[in-house]
Ligand binder design. Structure first.
Ligand code: HEM
Length: 332
């Protein structure tokens, strides 16, 4: 801690002579510490705001990503790091051109989900979401869809397994370098804004759907879209009007796409509407279904992403009922 304070003091004293960019970069290594000690934020010039009260200036705000993992992701997706703002704009434009409803329920109904481990269930959900997104946005031709699903699931396993731990990430990355190079090559043919659909939905939508089902097994009939929104991090950082801003995240029970789990007003996730519609379609799918969960009690790991560790020992059955939604959970 003493070394840290000395380091920050030097940074603060020299802060006026070094470039702002470099200062932000150095500070980013200690975001975790700054989050825990708000007074230190003031000293080094990080503005601290709460997601439910801050109104971001839309045109002057962009996500602040630093460090090797975001760069690895951008390299893998074959997107230039400096093009974040442009990719965001194009991503929004593409969605505005396709103002549809999203129906993953039509795909889910094609599966028999009987004593399916959560490991298998999350692959089914991811397949359904990616197929529906490919239908709407023509990410790849139909004949290449199977490969797209494979790549998407591989990336989901990669990033779910590694988020948070730098060394594990690096080792996993190196071990799978050949496969990753192949994926990178095939992604090269897809426009940048569409690549976002391959990586993020499995880690957010799919992850939130299966986790919500397992953790809310007792009252699935009451589910609303916002129940699928939970915080996977305590904060995120943005650059806004040339300041570094740490946005504290809080849970929110507003049942609209403006829910602040998607970020503060003025700077919300560009897929908030899409996400809400996909959750709605999953709620539709659950109507007149009986959900039965068996196996071990979930062991939750609270890390960078809250994850259920024993996914292969929890099983789910979803079957139609004629009149009433009924859900059960039992441990063996
Ligand atoms: C549970 C669902 C989701 C939640 C809670 C969520 C939340 C967030 C938050 C808090 C941010 C940072 C604020 C911002 O950059 O505007 C963000 C950024 C982003 N999200 Fe989401 N998100 C979700 C789903 C998705 C999905 C499904 C996609 C893609 C299809 C997506 C694409 C993005 C992108 C591209 C950005 C970065 C935008 C930028 O460059 O600033 N998100 N999301």
């Amino acid at each position: 801690m003493l070394e840290f304070i000395t380091f920050i003091s030097i940074l603060f004293i020299t802060g006026y002579s070094i470039s702002r960019e470099f200062k932000f970069y150095i500070l980013s290594f200690f975001f975790g510490i700054f989050y825990n000690y708000p007074n230190l934020c003031k000293i080094v010039g990080i503005k601290r705001v709460k997601d439910y009260e801050w109104k971001a200036k839309t045109t002057e705000t962009e996500i602040y990503l630093s460090g090797i993992i975001p760069r690895m992701i951008f390299w893998l997706l074959n997107i230039e790091f400096s093009k974040i703002r442009e990719t965001r704009k194009n991503f929004i434009k593409i969605q505005n051109n396709h103002n549809n409803n999203y129906m993953i329920d039509k795909y889910l109904d094609q599966y028999e989900i009987k004593n399916c481990s959560i490991d298998e269930f999350r692959i089914i959900i991811t397949n359904c979401i990616i197929r529906e997104l490919n239908d709407k946005f023509n990410i790849v031709d139909k004949e290449n869809e199977a490969q797209l699903l494979n790549d998407s699931i591989f990336l989901m396993n990669l990033f779910e397994g590694v988020t948070g731990n730098f060394m594990t990430s690096l080792v996993f990355f190196m071990k799978n370098i050949i496969k990753l190079l192949k994926i990178r090559k095939s992604l090269g043919k897809i426009p940048d804004a569409l690549k976002v659909f391959i990586l993020i939905p499995p880690l957010t939508l799919s992850h939130n759907i299966w986790t919500t089902i397992i953790l809310n097994h007792n009252n699935l009939s009451e589910l609303q879209e916002h129940d699928f929104l939970f915080l996977d991090s305590r904060y995120f950082c943005v650059r806004s009007s040339d300041e570094l801003v740490m946005v504290e995240r809080h849970s929110c029970d507003k049942n609209t796409p403006q829910n602040t789990v998607f970020g503060p007003i003025g700077f919300q996730c560009p897929a908030n509407n899409l996400s809400f519609k996909i959750f709605k379609s999953f709620i539709n799918y659950l109507k007149n279904k009986r959900v039965h969960v068996t196996g071990e009690t979930p062991i939750i790991h609270h890390g960078a992403v809250n994850d259920i560790l024993n996914k292969s020992n929890i099983f789910i059955t979803i079957e139609p009922v004629l009149n009433k939604l009924h859900n059960t959970y039992s441990n063996v």
